[in-house]
Every structure is written in C-alpha cells, then in structure tokens.
Write a protein that binds this ligand. Sequence first.
Ligand code: AMP
Length: 325
Amino acid sequence: MAKNTWEIAKKAIESHDNIFIFHHRRPDGDCLGSQFGLRELIRTNYPEKNVYVFGDTGGIFPFFEWDFDKFEDVPKKHFENSLGVVVDANSSNRIQFAEYILDKNFTHMLRIDHHPVDPDINYDYTWEDATFAAAAEQIGYIAMKAKWKVTTKAAKYTYLGINTDSGRFQYEYVVQRTFDVMSYLHKDNDFRVWDVNFDLSKRDERKVRFAAYVLLNYKSEGKVLYFHVTKRIQKKFNLADNEANDVNILANIGDCKIWVLFIDEPDGNIRARVRSNGIWINHICEKYKPGGGHEVAAGASCRSKADMKSLIEDLKAEVIKHDRD
Ligand code: AMP
C-alpha cells in the first residue's frame, strides 16, 4: 500500500526555501540519479530556492558530474525553513550522513522512496510507493505531474536511476507509467538515452574476467545459486568489494529461482546480495541483520560461513514451500 502521493512531495518542496538531499549508503544509480535529478529539477523550476546534495559516489558512474556539497560550507541561515529530503532510502542506518538528520539540523523531513519500510526517522512528509521501478521514476513522475521543465541534465540523472533500478526496463515493476515518465524526460530538451547508455554499456575487463569466473564456479543447491566473493578472489581479479559485486551475473540460469552473491567486506562482514525471479525473499533477509529490501531484490548481513549456510538453507526452504503451494 502506497503512503501518500507525489503531491505531498511537491507541497513539501514548495513550502521550504532550503532543500538538502540525501542518498543511501553504498550508493547506486538510483539513489544518485534521484538525488541529482531532483536537485536539477528544483534549480530549474524554483530558482529562488537553495539546493544542497550530500554524499559520495565511491567512484561509481564517473562519466557523470557528481558535485556534492560540504555540510561545513552551508551558511547557517540556510538551515532556517529547511527541508531534508531522503531519496530511495528510509532508516537512519541506510542513509549516508544520517547524522546531519539525527542532529535535527532541518526544519522538516521528506522521504521519497520505493521501498516498503517503516523507518526509525519521523518524517514530516512521506511519499512511499513500492510499485515504482525506481525512486528516480518517482522523481520523474513528480516532474511530469507538476509539469516541471526538464533540462537535458535533469533528464540524464533521472534516467540513470530508472535504467539501473529497472534492470534496463526488464523487471516486473516496469509499466506504462514508466514509459510515460521516460517520454516526459525527453520534453523540450536534447536528452537521448544513448548519451547515457553508451557509457553504461562499457565493460571493465577485470569485471568481465570476474564474471566468467563466477559463471564457471557458482554453487547450485535446490534452485538456489550462490557464489562467495572472498578476499582472495577480490585480489585475484584486482577488484574491490564494491566492484566485484554484480549479483545478476547469476540471474535466471536454468531452473534457478533465487541467486545470491556473498561478498567479503573490509570490516569482516559478509554482505549478501539476494535476488529472485518471483519468490519473495526480503522477509528472509530481514533475519540477517541489518537486512531487508524489496520483495525480489534484497540484502542481508552474514558474520560467518555458518550464517551463509543458514541463509542458503532458509532460501532453499522458501523455494520448496513455493513449489508446493
Ligand atoms: P543491493 O543488493 O545492495 O542492491 O540491495 C537490494 C535492495 O535491498 C536495495 O533496495 C537495498 O536498499 C536493500 N538492502 C540491501 N541491503 C540491505 C540491508 N542490509 N538492510 C536493509 N535493506 C537492504
């Protein structure tokens, strides 16, 4: 069930002079595209407002300009009548620089998100709708419904989010509305999807070799496929943990229902990225804290090989339950 509509987001933005936009930890194309897309849209359509973006890309999507602001550079008076906006995220443990929010720097808080989550932050305004393929689709939808002008730059950022979170328009949440938004992003500007797609399609040789290795060495148990990206393997392919992490290398092979990539992280945690082609897996991921996410795309945290085994067993049991029903 959706919480509110696009109108609450527009109202929140319109009633504040100073807007501060946040993305989630371990950023991806959707949270970054939503954040910078929204910034550009506000700058164009409400030029009198001040808009700031906080965060860090960790080096991803280098072909875009990611000109983040520094909290210490914000003039004190801009915290008056201010709105903190969290896009594509929810709880404080998921937000990059959540401390700025928890320290109550902002007059009000808005959340625009497509994750079905009850967060620990008390947002004054929430538009949550899990039927959207991407938070960036929500941003584009606000622009379309509010008839905002879309610059080429705003369209590119917003499209990055829609493209990446929808798996290039292949997932089940992609509907007519997604294409209506895409059409609107082209209105009265020079935006062409190719200008983003070409950069997105370039492949890093190290990652190609890594993908080949994963495909030759994954494990398969009861329609669950998995692979453990150990520190040794990261070293072998000269990839960092946030580079050797494409879970969809294992997507939809044979009769598999669920696939998992376990990734050793520098702090000793083992990150599990879990995907499914129908069976809901987020409630299982929630058991491995912090864990959760969407029905068919979620994440979990494991501390040991025993945790990994237990997660695989839980997922196998879910497949058996699903096949029986
Ligand atoms: P990822 O595998 O990191 O792309 O995550 C897939 C989805 O699950 C995203 O929507 C994330 O927001 C969510 N997710 C991933 N890890 C966690 C976690 N540890 N806790 C809660 N949600 C998560």
